[in-house]
Design a protein around this ligand. Structure first.
Ligand SMILES: Cc1ncc(C[n+]2csc(CCOP(=O)(O)OP(=O)(O)O)c2C)c(N)n1
Length: 492
């Protein structure tokens, strides 16, 4: 590649897009090699005040577009290559690195057709074929110049990259994932996992690498992440109902649907990284009430299946969707689960009903009702405990479902706390819990709602740091309550 590290946005430089954005640490290490970054900065990876986030993003000077949601990089690379060839009429080249898993995404094939149609001979797609994802060949690949190389051989790669070009180039780089780490080499199940301490030490010794061990126990006895509770519950209902089937989009170790997969492998359908297709497949599985279907992926990735979800809703399709890392009824049901462990609030005999909220914390002379869900419910409980020491008594409600919302419980409790209500959500201000409560209160005179929610696009960091930065942690909740009370005293 031709570029100047001291002038990363120079318009004549070659471009690079790491479509497999999860490999950002490798990209950052390359920047160290080129002198763009200091080696010591690598140790700040994913820290809340570091620019080295978990995935590349344009806050980093050398990155043009954010990647990480797989399958989108090649389309962006096509736009750059088209601009280079037809608008700028310049000689810069565009390189895009893809994983074979992400090549299941239809968008990759749309981009390939685009590149061949417009003869983007300045475009090079490097496909990291480690065979732990799945790739199908498509007819349009014949209009690309495909070169197969050993992806670990710098010499073969250099030769391929310097070949004359008349078409878009696809370098099919045969690789072995985890190469050099005997226990993980070429094995499934190591993706996105931190190495346990003993392995990390061994690897550090063997390779003199800079692998950091952040080992944490995998099976916490008491607090439990809701995503893990989801997987365990799926496995359990799978034992009693043979019609329960589970789909996932190559994220089963993240959504925890792997717990079901391990127990009922014949009823687990791996849809790979093709979430739109996964929702369509879920609809087909659920049709004519043949199966009780659960489909999971990271919440962010369901957004690309909006149209399929819309059609599922129109079809009155009875499918259950679970978006992790971030309702129940006939028809589509959507459950949110969180990444980190949380304390257990209810015992296993607790009865839940759709549309019925729970008052989870209550005192004698409560002055504010707090409505919170998921991680913010725990923060609200911690804030309530803290405020008790200041003789401020608050009531905390878990809405359980947001749609339908238990309007009566919310209004009755708000009235009982002198009309004061605070909503706190790990979500944007728009379209979530706060707005649902606002709509419920709209015709109720004398009730005063204050809202805490996320107002900026989030970044990487530890959960407690992020809750603080975005103002939805226990301290922010306590502070808002104090403010509500002092302003109503002043008003009097
Ligand atoms: C649209 C989307 N779906 C799922 C994920 C979660 N995810 C991150 S990496 C990964 C595996 C990617 O496999 P592959 O493209 O082959 O990359 P490699 O094995 O080379 O790391 C998955 C499923 C994601 N980032 N984006």
């Amino acid at each position: 590649m031709k570029y100047r590290p001291e002038d990363p946005r120079n318009s004549n430089s070659d471009r690079f897009i790491m479509s497999k954005g999860h490999a950002a640490p490798a990209l950052y290490s390359m920047w160290v090699e080129t002198g763009f970054l200091k080696e010591s900065e690598l140790l700040s990876l994913c820290q809340v005040d570091s620019s080295l986030e978990g995935h590349p993003n344009p806050k980093q000077q050398i990155v043009d577009v954010a990647t990480g949601s797989l399958g989108q990089g090649l389309g962006v690379a096509c736009g750059m290559a088209y601009t280079g060839k037809y608008f700028d009429k310049s000689s810069y080249r565009v390189f895009c690195l893809l994983g074979d898993g992400e090549m299941s995404e239809g968008a990759v094939w749309e981009a390939m057709s685009f590149a061949s149609y417009y003869q983007l001979d300045n475009l090079v797609a490097i496909m990291d074929i480690n065979r732990l994802g799945h790739v199908t060949l498509h007819p349009c690949s014949t209009t690309w110049n495909a070169i197969v190389v050993d992806g670990h051989s710098v010499e073969e790669l250099c030769k391929a990259l310097s070949q004359p070009r008349h078409q878009p180039t696809a370098i099919i780089a045969k690789t072995i994932k985890g190469k050099g780490i005997p226990a993980a080499e070429d094995k499934l199940g190591w993706h996105a996992k931190t190495l346990p301490k003993d392995m990390a030490e061994m690897v550090t010794k063997d390779l003199q690498s800079r692998i950091m061990n952040n080992s944490k126990h995998l099976y916490p006895p008491s607090p439990i992440a809701t995503r893990k509770a989801y997987g365990m519950a799926l496995a359990k209902i799978g034992r009693y109902n043979e019609r329960v089937v589970v789909l996932d989009g190559d994220t089963n170790n993240l959504t925890c649907s792997d717990i079901f997969k391990n127990e009922h492998p014949n009823r687990f359908v791996e849809c790979y990284i093709a979430q739109q297709n996964m929702v369509s497949v879920a609809m087909g599985c659920a049709a004519r009430e043949r199966n009780v279907v659960f489909a999971s992926t990271l919440a962010a990735f369901f957004t690309r299946a909006y149209d399929q979800l819309r059609m599922a809703a129109i079809s009155e399709c009875d499918i259950n969707l679970c978006g992790s890392h971030c309702g129940l009824s006939t028809g589509c049901c959507y459950i949110r689960t969180s990444r980190q462990d949380s304390a257990i609030i209810y015992n296993s005999n607790e009865d839940f009903h759709v549309g019925e909220a729970k008052v989870v914390y209550q005192g004698k002379d409560d002055q504010v009702t707090v409505v919170a869900a998921g991680v913010t419910l725990h923060e609200a409980l911690a804030a309530a405990e803290h405020l008790k020491k200041e003789r401020i008594s608050v009531r905390v409600i878990d809405p359980f479902t947001i749609k339908p919302l238990d309007v009566k419980t919310i209004i009755d409790n708000t009235r009982a706390t002198r009309g004061r209500i605070l909503t706190v959500e790990d979500h944007y201000y728009e379209g979530g819990l706060g707005e649902a409560v606002s709509s419920a209160l709209i015709n109720e005179p004398g009730l005063n709602q204050v809202r805490l929610a996320v107002s900026h696009v989030p970044r990487s960091g530890k959960p407690h740091e992020l809750l603080k930065i975005y103002g939805i942690d226990r301290d922010s909740i306590a502070q808002s309550i104090r403010k509500m009370l002092s302003s109503s005293t002043n008003a009097k």
